[in-house]
Design a protein around this ligand. Structure first.
Ligand SMILES: [Zn+2]
Length: 119
């Protein structure tokens, strides 16, 4: 995992790990100000997911990541083509979120949508 950030996708919500106590892990929703949370023991959900302020948010989270990655990638590689940036950004997101690529795929913005961000 990169940067020590651990993410878990359950019930349509993306969580980051807040703390760990023995085999118990406490997770909170990645959305700011949201109180969504859950608890897992040995990777099994034992409490929650509950108390979200919003509808399942993976799509929103993924498209925001996609936009941010694309900007960084385009900034670092000025000669890179939009299509290459799009592909590398998408594989970066799939790796980082540790999700089923199909699940990510349905939540990624189409190439045409991202191109406007890159240029
Ligand atoms: Zn939330």
């Amino acid at each position: 995992m990169n940067k020590g950030v651990c993410l878990k996708f359950v019930g349509g919500y993306l969580h980051r790990r807040k703390k760990t106590y023995n085999d118990t892990e406490y997770w909170v929703c990645v959305e700011q100000y949201c109180l969504g949370e859950m608890t897992t023991i040995n990777g099994q959900v034992v409490s929650g997911p509950e108390d979200y302020f919003h509808e399942p948010s993976l799509g929103k989270y993924v498209s925001r990541k996609q936009r941010n990655f694309a900007k960084v990638d385009a900034g670092q590689n000025p000669s890179k083509r939009c299509r290459e940036i799009y592909d590398s950004v998408n594989s970066e997101i799939t790796n980082q979120l540790q999700l089923d690529p199909d699940l990510i795929g349905t939540n990624l913005r189409p190439f045409s949508g991202l191109k406007a961000t890159i240029n």
